[in-house]
Design a protein around this ligand. Sequence first.
Ligand SMILES: [Zn+2]
Length: 403
Amino acid sequence: MISIDRPSRTADLSDVRVANRAAVLRHVRLHAPCSRADVAARTGLNKATVSSLVGELIEHGLLRETGLTENRVGRPATMLVLDGSRYVGLGLRIGADELVVVAVDLAGERVLIWRRAFAAATAGPDETVAALAALARRAINRVTGAGRTVLGLTVGVPGPVDADGLVPAAPAVGWRNVPLAAALRRALRDPGFPIGVDTDANLAVSAELRHGPYAGTADLVYLTGGPTAGVVSGGRLLRGGRGFAGEIGHLPVLPDGPACGCGRRGCLAALVGVDAVVRRLLPDATQDGPITDHLPEIERIQVLARAGDDPVRTGLTEVGRQLGRAVCVLVDLLDPEVVVLGGHLAALAPWLLPAVRAELADRTLAPPPVVRVEASTLGSEASALGGATAALATVEAGQLPAA
Ligand SMILES: [Zn+2]
């Protein structure tokens, strides 16, 4: 983030104004409703500057005044909140079993959440892009029909993504070298707003950081249950040199464990990935062919675990232990405050967490208190929610919308 206290010597006045707008928006987001005087006092900007910035932000539909006034000595103040009525960001997620779209307004409200059952792995990239574009188009029509403007769209995919929005490899959906951002832009006929693509884990951890119960936690790790972890370290998303950080799916956990899609054995993904868990706990699940929809199988596991089924409970404890080994590595490496489990790991968390925590207590070197490991409460739309939030990032960073 650009410092508002010490702008660099080379920054020109417009850069300073952009940074100041961002500081005002951030303050109102965290402390609304608040007065102009509060904003000035807390950001260190002078009152005339705040007044001018607030006027501009109201004019562009990013802030609005509420009728509320503050009860304190002196003149009552008009209170400010973020204006959610004009702009939204869209987030989409390509899961193994479903497509999800979420629209979030500037005030952080989820104005739309749609899901569509879709087997991306069997459909292939072309058909997936067409389905994704159709879903996006419907969502765009819905929000623009309600008088809102879309500022951007970000898609979460289960694999690494390069800076151009190309997906080099996403084994969960069988993709190699798919130029997703470009293909989606073409399919949507250049919609006039930016289209981004990111790893679903990065978007999910961003959603946790903004919308989850651990919002604001500076050191947070999110495990999707897929190949990638989303890592926030020191308040920043950890991307690595090429944007491929967080690939933990092929961490060796169990020598001579089950074969993994990567050609090795005993990788984390081959032990705790959704397909591995279903095959292991429900040996009959693949009798009628490959599993295309994991959700009903995960629900079956939940039912059996609740009923106290011994093999399922023992199996879940084993999965929890193996997951715990990987969490220990992350904890020793990154020293997070919270590790959040998403996807099927969140659904099975009541039976996994005791074993994960036991493994952590046995193995980590960090002094107590031991890191918290918790289930995500954001559901399977977490990465789409993070995508929608990411699509608002330019405006939150102080750029005025073109519309
Ligand atoms: Zn592997």
